[in-house]
Ligand binder design. Structure first.
Ligand SMILES: [Zn+2]
Length: 75
């Protein structure tokens, strides 16, 4: 889990991933950190790099395991 700052909703987040998007007319693309709710809709878009999709998948996994841990704590 990487607490950090989400550049999409412009605020702190419990967990973030580095998302690299391809911008029209530039080869390199640019990166910024996004939280899972902001990153999830980017999956499947042509502007989202493969590495970003992997980073989002890792976010999903961490969010799922965090939920499981919270449920175990309540039991
Ligand atoms: Zn966000």
């Amino acid at each position: 889990m990487t607490a950090g700052y989400c550049a999409w909703h412009d605020g702190p987040a419990d967990d973030v991933a580095l998302i690299v998007v391809h911008e029209q007319g530039s080869g390199a693309g640019s990166g910024a950190y996004a939280c899972l709710p902001c990153a999830r809709p980017m999956v499947g878009r042509w502007t989202t790099s493969r590495y970003a999709e992997e980073a989002i998948a890792e976010l999903e996994k961490r969010a799922a395991s965090a939920t499981t841990a919270q449920e175990a704590g309540r039991a």
